[in-house]
Design a protein around this ligand. Structure first.
Ligand SMILES: [Zn+2]
Length: 463
């Protein structure tokens, strides 16, 4: 398999070092609110890579962190009248519920910053010992001038960055405006802090990821994922810290996903144009969202709009209908051999597309070629029961890589308690009691079901 590397701007073959599992680190959410659909995209990319490699029998270890210590959490907690620890704990649980509803499984490791403080302190001490960081009145800064490769990932020139930084930030104990914080001394308005050799405080965002990556994957990470918007400064700084501390290459392949666009702009909390992932799954179902993502290459931007959602839903329906028809096939078998060949070709084309920088649009396209051939054979009565089941199994196995195997599921009858929750959700929505509707939706998810809104009203499907 090859992946595009944002640092070298070339494709690189993905090979495990020393026969170990492929190590993948992807930057996870900062838990100060429920995540939005755009935040789900790096999660979907990392989990799709994991599922594809596992389907091919390649051992892989995926680490997606949870940033539970961050400026945004202090601010949001104060605004909500709660403690930052409580808010982070609640939003971590909500993030796990929301992303679990996508049906892609979980990463192998999901470290919290709050559980990584000893490793963060050791990393900072190492950077100080190597002359790459310095202590200044309770804070510790990375000395950018001492790391010659700075700017290599984002293509920024340090001298230009200095001019930029001078305009927006005063010195504040820093040797250079470019230097960034590794440790921030405790501030009176912050309600949680940790001890360190430099006094009470908390780590900076960038160093958190460097420490979590090396703790769980070692000093070298085969693939480092995250949104394009993280290249600068977050990944540039992670790279400087990790390579500065170990004197070795931190990342083999930098894998950056494109942005989700909503209403003509990048979906982002700061722009205010967000749809929460839980609400999107509630309204459209996880399959439609995964299809929307898979129909675009992970490095392209995706438009999140009624039109693109309707297209994705139609694509899901087409697959679902074909799978249902295949399960009912009882034809002559005249087309079995031809469909067997078409199935093998579609499977090989799917795998080749996924191996080529995870080209999900081409992979899905290969499955649609097979769906069309199957539909023609079904219409002509040429597929026998066993011939149809071979095609069906092949489609389901490949759809499973994308988290879409559930399209083959026959509607399950949910227990009465879950149906009651659905009724409660509908009543709450009708009464515009969004908090109660959210609570009912979460309880439904906890019971292993998701709500899919259809033209005939909501239906429960297993998550
Ligand atoms: Zn990160």
């Amino acid at each position: 398999m090859r992946l595009y590397d944002s640092l070298s701007k070339h494709y690189h073959d993905l090979v495990a070092r020393d026969g170990k599992a492929i190590g993948v680190y992807s930057c996870g959410p900062t838990v100060y609110d429920r995540i939005h659909v755009g935040n789900a995209r790096p999660f979907v990319a990392a989990m799709t890579l994991k599922r594809h490699l596992e389907a091919a029998g390649t051992p892989v270890r995926v680490v997606v962190n949870v940033t539970d210590i961050n400026d945004k959490i202090y601010l949001a907690a104060r605004a909500a009248g709660t403690s930052s620890t409580q808010l982070a704990r609640a939003m971590t649980a909500a993030y796990v519920t929301d992303t679990s509803c996508l049906g892609l499984g979980r990463p192998d490791v999901e470290p919290l910053v709050s559980e990584t403080l000893p490793e963060i302190v050791i990393l900072i001490e190492r950077l100080i010992a190597r002359g790459l960081a310095y202590h200044a009145s309770g804070d510790v800064y990375f000395r950018v001038a001492a790391f010659p490769g700075y700017g290599g990932l984002s293509g920024q020139r340090p001298d230009e960055l200095v001019d930029e930084a001078r305009r927006i930030e005063p010195g504040a104990g820093k040797e250079s405006p470019l230097d960034f914080a590794l440790w921030k001394g405790r501030k009176p308005e912050e309600d949680a802090w940790w001890p360190s050799p430099w006094g009470d405080g908390r780590p900076g965002w960038h160093v958190e990821c460097s420490a979590m990556a090396s703790k769980h994957l070692g000093e070298h990470v085969d693939v480092h994922g995250g949104g394009l918007d993280l290249i600068f400064p977050h990944h540039e700084n992670e790279r400087a810290q990790s390579e500065g501390a170990c004197g070795c290459e931190f990342v083999g392949i930098w894998m950056h996903n494109g942005m989700l666009r909503f209403g003509g702009d990048k979906m982002s909390k700061s722009l205010g144009n967000v749809e929460k992932l839980a609400d999107a799954i509630d309204s459209h179902g996880s399959h439609t969202l995964l299809m929307l993502f898979a129909q675009a290459h992970y490095r392209s931007s995706v438009e999140y709009s009624p039109t693109t959602l309707a297209q994705a839903a139609a694509a899901c329906d087409r697959v679902r209908d074909a799978l249902r028809s295949l399960s009912r096939a009882a034809g002559s078998g005249a087309d079995d051999a031809a469909l067997d060949v078409a199935g093998a070709a579609a499977g090989a084309a799917f795998d080749a597309a996924m191996d080529d920088d995870m080209s999900t649009p081409h992979a899905i396209g290969a499955l649609f070629v097979l769906v069309s051939a199957a539909n023609r054979a079904l219409a002509a009565g040429g597929l026998s029961r066993s011939g149809a089941s071979v095609v069906r199994e092949l489609l389901v196995a490949r759809l499973d890589v994308l988290g879409l195997a559930g399209l083959a599921a026959v509607e399950v009858s949910a227990p009465a308690s879950v149906v009651a929750l659905l009724d409660a959700r509908q009543a709450a929505r009708a009464g515009r009691d969004w908090a109660a509707a959210d609570a009912a939706r979460d309880a439904i998810a906890a019971a292993g079901f998701v709500v899919r809104d259809t033209p005939d009203g909501p239906e429960l499907v297993s998550a």
